[in-house]
Design a binder for this molecule. Structure first.
Ligand SMILES: C[S@@+](CC[C@H](N)C(=O)[O-])C[C@H]1O[C@@H](n2cnc3c(N)ncnc32)[C@H](O)[C@@H]1O
Length: 240
């Protein structure tokens, strides 16, 4: 793992075709032989069919290690998938964690991992499209999303649950994430995004700008993956 945090490095956006990403998905979906558990961060985790496998890339492992968990405080994880990051947050000392996902299978998968790791007293999971299932009064010390970073045009069909885990048509998901966060952050609460150099950073910056925010690079980690070097980014949004 190479941390390049602190260096002044030009932020690079690499294009990846939707077809390439769909092929990777197809690979993850063909799966009579797909295992029903995986090892990550030195722990065993349950994996349900139709949920973004947290070992498809190094993203979940890397980001789970990068997020500045509000120890003793509260975290909201949007798009919890298998629940690795939410459960890790509780194991790392968050007093309360709310995990949510638009994919019902991910909600069930996260519930299984909450039980598996005995953190049900401080982690709850909700089926929710973005912030919809939250109470208007729910506030968190940090909100985090390991986003579907692949930009595709608005109207691109999200034909399986896994498509919504990697594609964000028109970056509408990330727009709603940023626009709606303020209502659910405590004073001084932190808004975080986990993404990679395959994400469209210029587009993200422009979305933030429209919401009156700027995006800062908090940390970056490079990993050699199957066919290329991937760089993962932890970003933080601040009022301008
Ligand atoms: C890249 S995956 C990350 C999964 C998991 N957090 C991890 O790190 O392994 C993105 C997740 O966001 C979820 N998602 C996409 N759109 C969403 C929305 N509008 N509301 C809630 N979750 C959403 C997907 O279902 C998927 O589980």
């Amino acid at each position: 793992m190479t941390h390049t945090s602190g260096e002044v490095v030009e932020t690079m956006t690499v294009e990846e075709s939707p077809e390439t990403v769909a092929q990777v998905l197809q690979h993850a979906l063909v799966g009579e032989d797909l295992p029903d558990s995986f090892t990550l961060l030195g722990q065993e985790w349950s994996l349900h069919r139709g949920v973004f496998p947290s070992t498809l890339s190094a993203a979940t492992e890397v980001l789970a290690s990068m997020v500045p968990y509000p120890k003793g405080g509260s975290l909201l994880e949007v798009g919890c998938g298998t629940g690795v990051i939410s459960v890790t947050a509780a194991l790392e000392g968050c007093a309360s964690v709310t995990a949510l996902d638009i994919n019902e299978k991910a909600v069930a998968n996260t519930a299984a991992n909450i039980e598996r790791h005995g953190v049900g007293d401080r982690v709850r999971v909700l089926h929710s499209d973005m912030y919809e299932a939250l109470e208007p009064t729910d506030r968190f010390d940090a909100i985090f999303w390991n986003v579907p970073w692949t930009y595709v045009e608005d109207g691109f069909p999200l034909s399986t649950d896994l498509h919504s885990a990697v594609f964000d048509p028109g970056y509408q998901g990330q727009s709603r994430y940023i626009a709606g966060a303020h209502a659910h952050l405590t004073d001084g609460g932190r808004l975080l995004i986990g993404t990679a150099d395959l994400g469209d950073r210029a587009r993200l910056d422009s979305i933030a700008e429209k919401a009156g925010m700027r995006v800062d690079m908090l940390d970056r980690v490079r990993r050699i993956e199957e066919v290329r070097v991937m760089e993962y980014h932890l970003l933080e949004l601040h009022a301008k």
